[in-house]
Design a protein around this ligand. Structure first.
Ligand code: ARG
Length: 458
């Protein structure tokens, strides 16, 4: 029996019913729907809108339904229109008239806006925990490899020497901001729309502040139209999740490169790699590739949400039922990715000798060579030119800056002295970059500690 059966003469067409139904994807909010209804019933009872004893019965009935759902004693009916209808119907079957009073002063429009907020709020917290774990793993690893010299790249060309620890801390910074974005999204979604009704509030004397505080919100929403039609909180969370996925995809791409034979900076643990069905030598970074690939579907989910909301008139429109699959998939995907990604990073074997070897080729100390001349009094532009000619000479003669004899240096500029070799040593290049945010090992260790402290404070 449909909720609206009084107004209609015919049953809904069967296939249309399936098309219209959201139960296949909103039943995951059963717990939140029940929590919301319990708060609503308690408030109705406290305000005298319904009888206090009946309110009590409703709450007990709802708790029993939740227990039955969790134990499997109660199965969700897949032909119900949505989880809200199903739970209210079940309650009415169990309690009769008391069950029928639950929906007083409420619409599914404010109910669904509430349920999604309650559900996503929990997801925000769970994702924050996973991201915190990842950032912690990165900080600890970074401190362990604070001295591991590796080439830093621009345009994927060897550019200047950095350390592996410094590189990892770059990702820690990104994930720290992602955490902040999640926290921000949670903060803005944490207002209770219940009491907005279908769109125009209600004539019943509700205590909206009571429902809001029972459900752990910072307060009620302040406009009934906005309360039922706002999906900013879905878009904002999906955007935060999409940005995190973009960060994970960049990290994944580097992991994929690093474990190729061309780089061999790391080796993934067997437990987080896969083999080939035909090529016996293969060890593939499938997890990192999947994470890189899944960034696409999350960006797709965000795009779906934004385009679904674009141009929608106030207040509720059924289009908005589409919010759930997009944002749930985004959240699920990030969570699954992190579940595999965190231990993959934690267990990866780092090969600092290979990083060091790669750093020793490609003239990544050329800037330091120029800076050496600057230290001797030459203007930077002239020093840059001299060093450029030196590099060209080395390339032509198959030499490196380190093994060039002093006479050759001096033929390019008389200011070169024996101390040039020390000035361009990779360790010196890295250790000297002590500027705030630079890759000097002491900086990396301090940054790792700073971020770890931030994490334990939040
Ligand atoms: N299943 C609906 C949704 O997800 C619930 C709200 C339905 N409201 C309505 N007036 N049809 O959006």
């Amino acid at each position: 029996m449909k909720l609206w059966a009084g107004r209609f003469q015919k049953e809904t067409d069967q296939k249309t019913n399936d098309f219209n139904s959201s139960i296949s994807f909103d039943s995951r909010m059963a717990r939140e729907d029940i929590e919301g209804s319990i708060a609503h019933a308690a408030m109705l009872g406290a305000c005298g809108v319904i009888d206090k004893d009946e309110a009590g019965k409703i709450c007990i009935g709802l708790e029993q339904i939740l227990r039955d759902l969790e134990s499997g004693a109660l199965q969700i009916d897949p032909s119900a229109e949505d989880i809200h209808t199903f739970i209210e119907g079940e309650l009415t079957q169990r309690l009769g008239d008391a069950g029928k009073r639950l929906h007083t002063a409420r619409s599914r429009n404010d109910q669904v806006a509430l349920d999604v907020r309650l559900y996503l709020r929990k997801q925000c917290d769970a994702l924050s925990g996973q991201l915190r774990d990842l950032t912690q793993v990165l900080c600890k690893k970074a401190a362990g490899y604070a001295e591991a010299v590796m080439p830093g790249y621009t345009h994927l060309q060897r550019a200047q020497p950095i350390t592996f620890g410094h590189h990892l801390m770059a990702y820690a910074e990104m994930f720290l901001r992602d955490l902040d974005r999640l926290r921000d999204a949670r903060k803005r979604m944490n207002f209770c729309p219940l009491g907005s009704g279908a769109l125009a509030g209600t004539t019943y004397p509700l205590d909206r502040g009571m429902t809001a505080s029972l459900l752990g919100f910072d307060g009620p929403t302040h406009n009934s139209l906005d309360g039922v039609s706002d999906r900013d909180f879905c878009m904002e969370l999906a955007a935060a999740v999409a940005i995190t996925m973009v960060h994970l995809s960049r990290f994944s791409e580097e992991i994929i490169l690093w474990c190729s034979w061309e780089f061999k900076f790391i080796e993934l643990d067997d437990a987080f790699s896969t083999g080939s069905s035909i090529m016996p030598q293969k060890k593939n970074p499938d997890i990192a590739e999947l994470v890189r690939g899944k960034a696409g579907r999350v960006i797709g989910g965000l795009t779906a949400l934004l385009t679904m909301m674009k141009g929608l008139p106030l207040a509720y429109n059924k289009d908005m039922q589409e919010d759930k699959e997009a944002v749930f998939d985004a959240v699920d995907t990030l969570s699954m990715c992190l579940t595999a990604f965190v231990p993959m990073v934690e267990t990866m074997k780092v090969l600092p000798e290979n990083m060091r070897r790669a750093a020793a080729r490609g003239f990544i100390n050329a800037t330091d060579c120029a800076d050496y001349l600057v230290g001797k009094g030459l203007p930077f532009r002239d020093a840059y030119k001299v060093t450029g000619s030196l590099v060209a000479y080395c390339i032509e003669h198959g030499r490196t800056l380190e093994d060039l004899p002093l006479e050759t240096y001096q033929a390019f500029h008389p200011l070169f002295g024996e101390d040039v070799y020390e000035a361009i040593s990779l360790e010196r290049c890295v250790n000297g970059r002590k500027v705030l945010g630079g890759p000097a090992p002491e900086n990396v260790r301090a940054e790792s500690e700073r971020v770890l402290a931030l994490l334990s404070a939040c």
